[in-house]
Design a binder for this molecule. Structure first.
Ligand code: PGA
Length: 249
């Protein structure tokens, strides 16, 4: 079965609850699609208004982070149960900004991925290399290490349902996009890595996105690569341009 494309917006730390309602009203008619799964990953405080504003549409709401405990004394954190109760379907885990500024490790991400699946949330697991790592020629080794460490003891049946986002750090928010060859090379290597740890069926099912300065001009070329199943979009997800990215064909 062919993999369905998935285009997710990563709003990062943008949009108040009031602006969330306005932006969704603008984007809603622009992102209608039956060929592509559409997800808006929004700040925690915007989740409830976003769920209300997207009811009855093809838009699923995602969170940008989640903690790996059920509940308790973890001031400032959001639990999987809270997300599920609010109507959230996806959760971005391990974005490079969280790894860099908030020191998230692969070990913690492994716990988060398992916890998300326990609650039937679909993780959008991010990985990616720095420019320095790319120039050193260790991109594929680095990505394989990230994937393998985060997926320790995650069963194939879960991996088959997850989304992995390859986001080269040097392409995020910089306007410098990876070429479709560069993006395809790494996305293919991720799929081969999944086949190696699990099996061919799991590798064929897992959806792999590209992220990093995706825009209306480069989406088609990127998303047409055999191993790229859509994108994780930052800056352009806050604009009407996102509608063009979803309808990239
Ligand atoms: P960008 O961000 O599209 O603004 O480069 C992508 C991301 O960080 O997910």
């Amino acid at each position: 079965m062919e993999r369905k494309k998935i285009v997710a917006g990563n709003w990062k730390m943008n949009m108040t609850p009031a602006k969330t309602v306005e932006l969704i009203a603008t984007l809603k008619p622009l992102v209608e699609s039956i060929d592509v799964d559409v997800v808006f990953c929004v700040p925690a405080i915007d989740i409830v208004p976003a769920i209300t504003a997207t009811r009855g549409t093809n838009i699923a709401i995602g969170a940008e982070n989640m903690y790996f405990e059920e509940s308790g004394a973890y001031t400032g954190e959001i639990s999987p149960e809270m997300l599920v109760d609010a109507g959230v379907k996806y959760v971005i885990l391990g974005h490079s900004e969280r790894r860099e500024y908030f020191h998230e490790t692969d070990e913690e991400l492994n716990k988060k991925v398992k916890k998300a699946f326990e609650h039937s949330l679909t993780p959008i697991l991010c990985c990616g290399e720095t420019l320095e790592q790319r120039e050193m020629g260790i991109t594929l080794d680095w990505i394989r290490m990230q994937i393998k460490s985060v997926l320790v003891d995650v069963p194939a049946s879960d991996v088959a349902k997850m989304v992995i986002a390859y986001e080269p750090i040097w392409a995020i928010g910089t306007g410098v996009t990876a070429t479709s060859e560069q993006a395809e090379e790494v996305c293919k290597a991720i799929r081969e890595c999944i086949a190696e740890i699990y099996d061919e069926d799991t590798a064929k099912s897992v959806r792999i996105q590209y992220g990093g300065s995706v825009n209306a001009g480069n989406a088609k070329e990127l998303f047409s690569q055999p191993n790229i199943d859509g994108g994780l979009v930052g800056g352009a997800s806050l604009k009407p341009e996102f509608g063009k990215i979803v309808n990239y064909k």
